[in-house]
Design a protein around this ligand. Structure first.
Ligand code: CIR
Length: 263
């Protein structure tokens, strides 16, 4: 069992009514709060089914995107790192998360440089290394600061590129086990996953790339049968979770939780 696939805890946050003002690259319609709440309830029940403790934080009306807690922190076995989101409307979400991680972890540090920006969605922890995609939300200064903070904990950071026009690195990939990565072909073609086994997302199902491995389950967005079959054929146990409302805001399975085993 690896710290990158097996976790005792997750933190989620309830979506607020302000979710209708959440950031999106392309407007494909207003998210329906009640349906998003129902999808989130199924997501949390699935995390709990694996035996994990799931903390549900209250909605934050001031932050329309705050349901996407993943972007506020990086959780490692040795401690947590509070991020500095590159979206101005999301910067304050990180400070809202800090006390909840301080309550569970002995060591909590933070990205503090005024020029440093980094969001959790750009970070893939594989167990061998930490891949961080430079993107419109994550810059070189943010990656350099993260590299310095986690080096004493024994972690190596490798800077990679989030494909142009893609929100986060993990919009296009996810870890299925310590050797296996599910990826869009536009991302894997960059060669950034050399040394890993890559399962390529079938063409036309790119929106299924953001899944999570959580203990013995893989949670994936519902509605992508070819990807579902590819993951099942590779031997993983799957749960499909409705994601239509989060998808309108470019969100997927990983964005909805912080996953960790506190120390
Ligand atoms: C945003 O643009 O920041 C949100 N609407 C979506 C964030 C998704 N988070 C993630 O992929 N980790």
């Amino acid at each position: 069992m690896s710290f990158s696939t097996h976790f005792s805890h997750a933190i989620t946050r309830r979506p607020s009514a302000s979710i209708t003002r959440g950031l999106r690259a392309v407007d494909t319609g207003t998210p329906d709060l009640a349906l998003m709440q129902a999808h989130q309830a199924a997501y949390i029940a699935t995390l709990r089914e694996t035996g994990a403790t799931v903390v549900e934080l209250p909605a934050l009306d001031a932050y329309p995107d705050s349901v996407f807690v993943e972007d506020t922190a990086l959780c490692l076995p040795q401690g947590a790192v509070i991020m500095r989101p590159g979206a101005p409307s999301r910067l304050g979400e990180a400070a809202e998360m800090a006390p909840h991680l301080q309550a569970l972890y002995t060591r909590v540090v933070a990205i503090t440089g005024s020029d440093s920006f980094i969001e959790g969605g750009d970070i893939l922890v594989t167990g061998r290394e930490i891949l961080v995609g430079r993107s419109a939300r994550t810059n070189a200064a943010g990656i350099a600061e993260l590299t310095r903070l986690v080096a004493p904990w024994g972690h190596k950071v490798r800077e990679v590129l989030t494909p142009p026009g893609v929100l986060h690195f993990k919009t296009d990939c996810s870890l299925l086990d310590t050797d296996t990565i599910l990826s869009t072909s536009r991302l894997s073609a960059s060669g950034c996953f050399e040394g890993y086994t890559v399962i390529d997302i079938p063409d036309g199902e790119e929106a299924a790339a953001n899944t999570i491995r959580f203990n013995d389950l893989v949670l994936m967005p519902a509605g992508f049968p070819h990807t579902r079959d590819a993951i099942t054929r590779a031997g993983f146990t799957l749960r499909e979770i409705g994601n239509s409302e989060c998808a309108k805001l470019d969100g997927g399975m990983s964005c909805l939780s912080l996953r960790f085993t506190p120390s």
